[in-house]
Design a protein around this ligand. Structure first.
Ligand code: BES
Ligand code: MN
Ligand code: MN
Length: 462
């Protein structure tokens, strides 16, 4: 693979400049105002695949944002890798907290990225990581060293729940047939501590509305005598966790898989500094479910979090008002064997049952996703581990992550293949936060590692 490596070394600047151009297009999938930019980004990705040498490049329409496809079938006797990634990004808000504009990428050094990092929305999640695969493919293909067939499926709706991708996978099952799905949309423990993600949490996301009186009222004339929906909503939310930060919704934990002591011990051996964790977040103490470590709380345990809450008067100064309505967006991260629909239903029933007669409540489900756990005793995982040994010089640590990628559970069910989640970002790269960034080390290390995966996977499948 010397030619591939040389190609990468000779094209470092080109690879970087192309990524910077990709990061300049604001592909915010959640906000309809950006729909044109989302499409432009799909076109950019399609062109990149063409330029890299892919065949059958096509932009597939969906009910939402388009899906980009491309492939290179070099030899039917070789295994086929399906690369999945997303070109959409989270909204950049609050924009005023960014040190530089979110869609004008700049390179700056940080403590964890002494070689420099690219600051831009999507730099790590997932444009930077997705593009790693396009560039690795370009290097392998143009060097004549592509060791597997490859297919790309890059979507534009991951950050809004991948609602249209499931149907697409069902409809295009034959086109997408493959031996393994390869994704870089998760993280490694540190730049000198490689890891491979072997789990994702599922998600149930709901919006709740609590309605009191039929209009906003004078809080002196009516206050104390009529239910205040914000007060009520706050109490309802507070009641859903107890003093041990355990979720109180009946049935919520019924299907939660308990790990053995040995499994828990093994996962807590992963390098982790609670002090560094607290320092990075500027908190004096962590918070979470009693009886579990921070690593466990953020991966193998389910959660309930308010993501946003609003209602009443929030303008300048004071307005004495008893609001008519209160709202909240609530997410529950799920673990095996909870299912999104079931937990949404359990939540809905519980939320309605704890509402006092003085208010009416409504629960509106948003998107969901199922949890996944990936075995390590497979050629797929082993090829990824060997690839990381080659390029990091260290055995990667298998680690379950706390985030969600809704489509992954479906790959197993619809395409009948294993997924490899070989991410190259860091948890501290501020994905979804202001000042998101992606290390140059990580970008290039990804481009370098992926060809090793192809080679080991082809060898292991012989
Ligand atoms: N790439 C993340 C998921 C992730 C990040 C997994 C870090 C593991 C480690 C993905 O883009 C994401 O943000 N997913 C959403 C899913 C949701 C919008 C349906 C999430 O987890 O909130
Ligand atoms: Mn992502
Ligand atoms: Mn994301």
């Amino acid at each position: 693979m010397q030619k591939t490596q040389n190609f990468i070394n000779d094209n470092k600047d080109k690879f970087l400049n192309e990524l910077l151009d990709l990061l300049k297009i604001p592909s915010v999938s959640a906000d309809p105002a950006y729909a044109g930019d989302v499409r432009k980004t799909a076109e950019f990705v399609a062109k990149s695949l063409n330029d890299a040498g892919a065949d059958k490049v096509e932009i597939f329409e969906t009910k939402g944002h388009p899906i980009v496809y491309g492939e290179k079938m070099v030899d039917p006797s070789l295994p086929t890798v399906l690369v999945y990634g997303h070109y959409d990004v989270q909204p950049p808000d609050p924009v005023e907290l960014w040190d530089s504009p979110p869609f004008e990428p700049v390179i700056k050094k940080t403590e964890l990225h002494p070689e420099g990092a690219i600051f831009a929305r999507g730099a790590c999640d997932d444009k930077g990581q997705m593009f790693t695969h396009v560039k690795a493919f370009e290097a392998m293909h143009k060097s004549g060293e592509l060791a597997c067939n490859v297919k790309f499926m890059i979507e534009g709706e991951e950050e809004v729940g991948s609602d249209n991708l499931g149907l697409f996978c069902e409809e295009k099952k034959d086109m997408l047939s493959c031996d393994v799905v390869l994704i870089s949309d998760t993280s490694i423990i540190a730049n000198n501590t490689p890891s491979i993600s072997v789990g994702l949490r599922g998600l149930s996301y709901v919006e709740v509305e609590v309605v009191g009186p039929n209009k906003d009222l004078h809080s002196g004339v009516y206050g104390g005598a009529v239910a205040n929906p914000i007060n009520i909503l706050s109490k309802m939310i507070a009641s859903m966790t107890d003093e041990n930060n355990h979720i109180t919704i009946p049935g919520f934990y019924d299907k939660v898989e308990d790990l053995s002591d040995a499994e828990r011990e093994a996962m807590n051996k992963a390098p982790f500094s609670l002090d560094a964790y607290k320092k990075a977040l500027n908190v004096d103490a962590v918070h979470g479910e009693k009886g579990y470590t921070t690593l466990e709380r953020a991966s193998i345990r389910p959660t309930l979090d308010v993501n946003g809450i609003w209602g009443g008067y929030i303008g300048e100064g004071a307005k004495t008002v008893l609001p008519s309505k209160a709202f909240a967006k609530i997410s529950m991260r799920l673990v095996p064997n909870q299912t999104s629909d079931e937990i949404t239903e359990i939540f809905k029933n519980h939320f309605q049952s704890i509402a006092p007669d003085s208010v009416k409540v409504e629960v509106r489900p948003h998107h969901g996703g199922e949890p996944v756990v990936i075995p390590t005793d497979t050629p797929e995982y082993q090829a990824a581990a060997k690839a990381m040994v080659d390029t990091f010089g260290k055995e990667p640590i298998p680690q379950r992550g706390g985030g969600s990628i809704p489509i992954v559970a479906l790959f197993e069910n619809v395409l009948n293949v294993k997924t490899v989640m070989m991410g190259f970002g860091l948890d501290s790269d501020d994905i979804h936060s202001p000042n998101e960034h992606y290390g140059l080390f990580n970008y290039y290390k990804g481009i370098e590692t992926i060809p090793h995966f192809y080679k080991h996977y082809a060898d292991l499948k012989k």
